[in-house]
Design a protein around this ligand. Structure first.
Ligand SMILES: Nc1nc2c(ncn2[C@@H]2O[C@H](COP(=O)(O)OP(=O)(O)OP(=O)(O)O)[C@@H](O)[C@H]2O)c(=O)[nH]1
Length: 541
């Protein structure tokens, strides 16, 4: 595979150059911020510099810094558009460099400890920040408590003006129901939807007009009182789904290793995971171990043609969802068509510009993931289905072997769930299942994989996590779930779960063994009284 030292050196050189530029850039931002106090004309330069930084930082792995630069850029733009002085914006812009510098340091620290980053529980994943603009104290505190138990960080906002100060927010929930509320008419909500976090609106009016007003305000969710908090949480989660799922995986099939290395450089620089095969005999093996979401296929190779290899891939039902894109200097439309009729989904014509390559791959990968997700996800919980979580376990075990890193598996089963159904009804039981799945999803990291294994049984795959770390994490979720209060028909009740944990802390284990061990540990947890975790470390047991 073309993961050559030269490529690494190229990437490293690019990154080092950017890192060096960052120091200078933050110094310049400091200067401009200071200048802003006395010279308003500095605002335009400040905005332009922030714009550039927002565009480049993420590409080089400084995602948080890039997002903050984007927020500041938007503030500067808003101020440029509106001549009315605004003390809060001015104060924020006057410390632009100071706000960005800690994010750079934070990035640096996490870069310095890649192992810890992998093995850490939850800490690498910032809790999602949810702003609440809710006047009614009872609703605000009930919502804060529920969102907190799902692992969100709740920020209470006293007024729309507080929005800027609270940025960056991952979502904003506003209550428009108090009589005479003009919240949605506030200038803060008149800006483009792309400049606001995803908006969820609560209203006391369940009418077409109130829904239309919500849509026009750019809402991604609309709820009438009394608010079903489980449903609201689910909608929140759905609005985040597009942002989740880890880097796209792209496989390049090309006998020209130099060229493949070039594509790899461009794609991996944009955060895409890339692998390459130059020997077609290894193609199927690579498909199975890497599980790509897009295949980039050279059209003409010495002993094989691209369409032949594409057809070999298409013989296997498992790969029907994976788009195959030909990379070719072939511009003849008829010949392109003939290749596509055999197999394959798209053409990119060589020479390929970096942006064409990236755009095509992104669009294809995004769509493939959406289709895959829609097919793979369980309708009640939105989690991966049985077969798909097993597939993800395979991917993670392979990765763990490659990186010599641990991976843990947790099998989680709600206790006495039949009683919940029998006492409160099946619909209420469904809500309990949803609540646990939402809580797990929130409290696990983005890199973790979570599936609904059976009725009230879940499987979590935790890459980079030792069994000790996994136990600690699951223990905190067990406590939070047990503390969650469910209500049904005026009755209140609590639920619990038991879990079995196993881990692969060396390279020898197969995924089946991990699942079996977790299952045995779960059985043990049930036998010893439920509402507890048991660990199966693989040591004589
Ligand atoms: N509401 C609801 N119930 C389900 C669903 N899938 C499975 N169940 C029910 O979950 C219950 C599982 O019961 P059991 O396997 O006996 O286990 P349990 O009562 O949880 O007891 P322990 O696991 O031993 O603590 C059965 O009554 C199933 O009908 C679902 O999607 N929704």
């Amino acid at each position: 595979m073309p993961d050559t030292p030269q490529l690494q050196a190229q990437l490293a050189a690019l990154e080092a150059r950017f890192r060096q530029r960052l120091d200078d850039e933050l110094d310049t931002l400091d200067d401009l911020s200071a200048q802003l106090q006395t010279d308003p004309s500095a605002l335009q330069s400040l905005r332009d510099r922030l714009h550039k930084l927002a565009g480049s930082a993420g590409t080089f792995g400084y995602g948080e810094l890039g997002s903050m630069a984007r927020q500041l850029e938007q503030q500067a733009q808003a101020r440029l558009d509106d001549a009315t002085p605004d003390a809060a914006t001015l104060a924020s812009l006057s410390s632009a460099g100071a706000q960005l510098r800690p994010l750079l340091q934070r990035n640096e620290q996490s870069e310095a400890q890649p192992q810890q980053l992998d093995a850490g529980i939850n800490d690498d994943d910032r809790h999602r920040r949810i702003g609440l603009l809710i006047e009614e104290d009872d609703l605000a505190s009930q919502m804060a408590q529920t969102l907190d138990s799902f692992g969100y960080q709740v920020i209470h906002l006293a007024s729309p003006e507080a929005l800027q100060e609270a940025a960056p927010l991952d979502a904003l929930i506003i209550d428009t129901s108090p009589p005479g509320s003009r919240l949605l008419g506030h200038p803060m909500f008149q800006q483009a939807a792309s400049q606001l976090p995803p908006l969820l609106i609560i209203s006391s009016l369940d009418t077409f007009a109130s829904r239309l007003q919500a849509v026009r305000a750019g809402a991604v969710g609309f709820f009438t009182k009394p608010v079903d908090l489980t449903l609201l949480e689910r909608r929140l989660e759905r609005s985040f789904n597009n942002q989740q799922g880890g880097p796209f995986r792209v496989l390049i099939v090309d006998d020209d290793t130099e060229l493949a290395a070039r594509y790899q450089l461009v794609l991996s620089n944009a955060g895409i995971r890339v692998d390459a095969v130059s020997n077609p005999h290894l193609l199927l093996e690579k498909m199975r171990s890497f599980i790509p979401e897009v295949v980039l296929m050279d059209l003409n190779m010495p002993d094989y043609s691209g369409p032949e290899l594409a057809q070999v891939i298409r013989l296997d039902d498992d790969w029907l969802r994976v788009p195959i894109v030909y990379l070719s200097a072939e511009t003849n439309a008829e010949r392109q068509m003939s290749a596509l009729l055999k197999a394959g989904d798209d053409f990119i014509t060589k020479p390929i510009s970096d942006s064409t390559l990236l755009t095509t791959v992104y669009a294809r990968a995004q769509r493939a993931r959406m289709v895959s997700d829609a097919l793979a996800r369980d309708s009640l919980t939105g989690l991966l289905k049985h077969a798909d979580i097993k597939e993800q376990l395979e991917v993670e075990v392979e990765r763990a072997k490659r990186c010599h890193a641990p991976v843990s598996v947790a099998m989680i089963d709600i206790d006495h769930f039949k009683n919940v159904n029998d006492t409160y009804g099946h619909a209420c039981g469904d809500n309990v299942i949803r609540a646990l799945s939402n809580m797990l999803r929130q409290r696990l990291r983005k890199v973790d994989r979570l599936g609904r294994y059976g009725g009230e049984e879940f499987v979590a795959v935790l890459p980079g996590c030792s069994s000790k770390d996994a136990t600690q994490l699951l223990e905190s979720i067990r406590e939070a779930f047990n503390a969650l209060q469910f209500s049904y028909g005026g009755q209140q009740f609590h639920c619990s779960f038991s879990a079995g944990i196993s881990a692969c802390e060396d390279d020898e284990w197969a995924e089946e063994e991990l699942l079996e061990r977790a299952d045995r540990a779960l059985y043990q947890a049930k036998q010893s009284g439920r509402n507890r975790l048991c660990r199966n470390t693989g040591a004589a047991d």
